[in-house]
Ligand binder design. Structure first.
Ligand code: ADP
Ligand code: ADP
Length: 233
């Protein structure tokens, strides 16, 4: 089943001469690991933010995005927030509390979850990731890689069906970047979370990406499996 269906999607920022996205048509399957790549400025972040219903008021948008069989505009905000998790490029952006546990449960408190439910989910996830030691650290003392894991963990607490990630490894050292990618692969394979990851280069994700979309100047210029990419390019 398609989890996202993007149909003739175009988007223009206010006062921009060119469209950031131009007549995109993309289908993303449930449970798939998709990597969207292409040069800086080709529209990757714009696409990702539109999937989360983020940009529509600040630009002109035509075409349609459907999530789980229904136009995203017809979904209520709570479902979109819970189902679709977003991880940004810079781990610092998202850290707002000064205690790791507080930071993790912040998203859930906002949505009115019970304390017991939150503690149970935190314990499950910390165990899944094998990151118990992280819970007792101060966010300000964490490395970039640990902060990015922390962001991921707080997003996962909402049990998203889809994870959208915008160049999540670009601020990390190579070891931390590899750890994060391994973690994402496990989330995809073991928890069945659909992953849509934006990256300007593909190399590190080659082995993991099932579905590769290459963009340039707001358009899809190539789409296929990573195996097909190797033989075609
Ligand atoms: P990418 O993520 O591939 O680097 P973006 O989606 O960020 O690309 O940008 C696509 C195009 O839209 C670029 O030409 C960029 O300069 C432009 N753009 C991005 N954000 C804005 C904005 N807030 N206002 C105007 N133009 C923007
Ligand atoms: P990314 O490639 O991750 O999108 P950018 O450096 O392109 O990062 O953009 C960083 C921020 O600047 C984003 O919030 C984007 O919306 C904004 N931005 C990018 N291009 C433009 C532009 N031409 N005019 C105004 N804002 C822009």
């Amino acid at each position: 089943m398609d989890i996202f269906k993007i149909d003739d999607l175009s988007f223009r920022y206010p006062d921009a001469e060119e469209e950031a996205l131009s007549h995109l048509a993309i289908q993303l399957k449930e449970g798939e690991f998709t990597v969207v790549c292409g040069p800086s400025g080709c529209g990757k972040s714009t696409l990702l933010r539109l999937l989360k219903k983020d940009l529509a008021p600040v630009g002109s948008c035509t075409g349609e995005i459907s999530y789980a069989g229904k136009p995203i505009m017809d979904w209520d905000d709570r479902t979109m927030i819970e189902d679709i998790g977003f991880v940004f490029q810079d781990p610092e952006n998202q850290i707002i509390m000064d205690d790791v546990m507080q930071e993790i449960v912040f998203g859930m408190e906002n949505l009115g979850y019970s304390n017991m439910e939150m503690r149970k989910r935190v314990a499950e996830l910390v165990h899944f990731f094998g990151m118990e030691e992280l819970l007792h650290a101060k966010p300000s003392e964490l490395s970039g890689g640990q902060k990015q894991l922390l962001n991921l963990l707080s997003v996962l607490l909402l049990k998203p069906k889809v994870l959208l990630l915008d160049e999540p490894t670009s601020q990390l050292d190579p070891v931390a970047a590899k750890d994060l990618i391994v973690m994402l692969d496990r989330l995809n394979k073991e928890m069945g979370i659909t992953i849509i990851l934006v990256e300007h280069r593909l190399e590190e994700l080659f082995a993991i990406a099932e579905h590769v979309i290459m963009m340039d100047k707001g358009k899809v210029v190539y789409e296929g499996t990573s195996r097909e990419v190797i033989y075609d390019i």
